[in-house]
Design a protein around this ligand. Structure first.
Ligand SMILES: [Fe+2]
Ligand SMILES: [Fe+2]
Length: 474
């Protein structure tokens, strides 16, 4: 039994590393492609600089082809996907995505037999004026005429549909991960004194799944943190905080073991609340000074509980102890300090708590307002660099936010793009109810005649507007 479990865990870990490696390769390949595209505009066709950069790209693709039949990249909504996994984009990649999208390219597939010459010719074509290509029958015709046979280009529209369905499939898996996580935290809390080891093992497995799921589809998992459960606040809060921390860790490209430790710290940071009377935790209205003192014990109690569970990472303990240090409790000698992990918990915890739908709050704070509060407190309460990264990751309008658009339409955010203010949205209806759900997914980056087709002008509380976002996110 024990061996089976170890096997299972090492399998999860291996697949995690393999996936991370695959994402790194995909990113490198696209960066090399962007270098070839740039070099072709600077050097003549036979220049060694140009040929060397094309060779490098060819070698990278050949390496990727060693365990797959083709190397396929997809572009949708300003993002890059390799196979079904989202690849983090930097500036050079994001420029290339724009360049390709302007030529109606939604995907590039490389096949065995690829030559460096084909790559140079492709780069050359991609740099021609978009209008020229249309005259010559569109890029897809042009490349076959040019004798490029080991590269296939996909049209943008088709790819968008394909990626949209992948995102949906990913979301389904994410909702299962979320449910499992809630159940595990609940059990963990209920049986702190009993079967600690087996629950710890489960918690570890959940965190691995969270980390893994995050690489598969960060947006899908982040979207689920919007499903606030009124009655299970502490559990949902712990899982949400953990998801946000794992997401930030992967966004910051921390090491995988560190990301997993972060996830664990998030899951466990409020464990001490189980020692505070239920009536106080769920009290609607203001707490008395005595009740507040009770609540303030939870960081110390949490660290003590975690110290008692063998195998819990010291970092989870430190994070539980320090996560309210910026708020001044518990009191410590000397200047209070926070470990990097505790600083990350502090941000994720504050954002989660601000946007939470609690029993005693009738109105949930919109995400953009919560983000503005974090921004205001950066440098004083929260680590400024971490706040910046957090905001960049989550966008001003996180996945799951319902937006009012200047067209009178209502859109549910499904995906971030490179522009914090212009995510991809699923169109739901017209504000006045004159149109039923249209179900079309559009990017707020789309332009017509030089200006944006749609712009967000505000957010809508889905609960007040009776929009069941759960049906779209799960
Ligand atoms: Fe807390
Ligand atoms: Fe918390």
């Amino acid at each position: 039994m024990a061996d089976d479990r170890t096997d299972n865990r090492s399998e999860i870990r291996e697949s995690f590393f393999a996936k991370q490696q695959m994402i790194d390769s995909a990113k490198t390949a696209f960066q090399l492609l962007s270098a070839v595209m740039k070099n072709v505009t600077v050097y003549p066709g036979s220049h060694p600089f140009l040929l060397t950069s094309a060779d490098r790209l060819r070698v990278k693709i050949e390496e990727m082809l060693s365990d797959r039949k083709e190397v396929a990249f997809y572009l949708a909504g300003g993002e890059l996907f390799f196979e079904k996994v989202s690849v983090p984009v930097d500036q050079s990649i994001s420029l290339l995505i724009e360049q390709l999208a302007a030529r109606d390219v939604g995907g590039v597939i490389f096949r065995p037999g690829l030559t460096s010459q084909e790559l140079v010719r492709l780069a050359d074509l991609m740099n021609s004026e978009a209008i020229d290509l249309t005259d010559r029958g569109g890029i897809h015709d042009v490349i076959s005429k040019e004798g490029i046979t080991h590269i296939e280009l996909l049209r943008a529209l088709l790819v968008d549909k394909q990626v949209a369905s992948t995102i949906k499939a990913g979301a389904k898996k994410a909702s299962e991960i979320f449910k499992d996580a809630i159940e595990t935290v609940k059990e963990m809390v209920k049986s702190v004194d009993m079967d600690k080891m087996s629950n710890l093992r489960k918690a570890n497995a959940i965190v691995q799944t969270l980390v893994d799921g995050m690489l598969d589809n960060r947006d899908a998992l982040l979207g689920l943190t919007n499903l606030k459960m009124y009655d299970e606040y502490t559990f949902a809060h712990s899982v949400n905080t953990s998801i946000l921390m794992v997401a930030l860790g992967s966004y910051l490209s921390l090491e995988k073991t560190q990301i997993a430790a972060l996830g664990m710290a998030g899951l466990m940071h409020d464990l001490g609340k189980t020692t505070v009377p239920h009536e106080i935790i769920n009290k609607p209205g203001k707490l008395t000074d005595e009740e507040w003192d009770e609540v303030k014990r939870h960081p110390v109690e949490g660290a003590l509980l975690l110290a008692d569970i063998p195998g819990v990472s010291k970092l989870a303990m430190v994070a539980a102890f320090e996560h309210h240090q910026h708020g001044g409790y518990p009191k410590v000698d000397g200047v209070p300090q926070q470990h990097l992990f505790s600083q990350i918990v502090a941000i994720a915890d504050a954002y989660e708590a601000l946007t939470a739908a609690r029993v005693y709050y009738s109105v949930q704070m919109p995400a953009d307002q919560a983000i503005r509060i974090l921004i205001k407190k950066r440098g004083s309460v929260f680590n400024a660099v971490l706040v910046k990264a957090f905001v960049n990751m989550i966008g001003m309008f996180p996945v799951g936010t319902v937006l009012k658009l200047d067209t009178g339409e209502v859109g549910l955010v499904t995906h971030q793009t490179r522009d914090l203010m212009r995510p991809r949205v699923l169109l739901l209806s017209k504000l006045d109810g004159s149109e039923k759900e249209s179900g079309a997914e559009v990017s707020l980056l789309e332009t017509a005649g030089g200006s944006f087709k749609r712009t967000a002008v505000g957010t809508i509380n889905p609960y007040a507007a009776k929009i069941n976002i759960k049906q779209y996110l799960t």
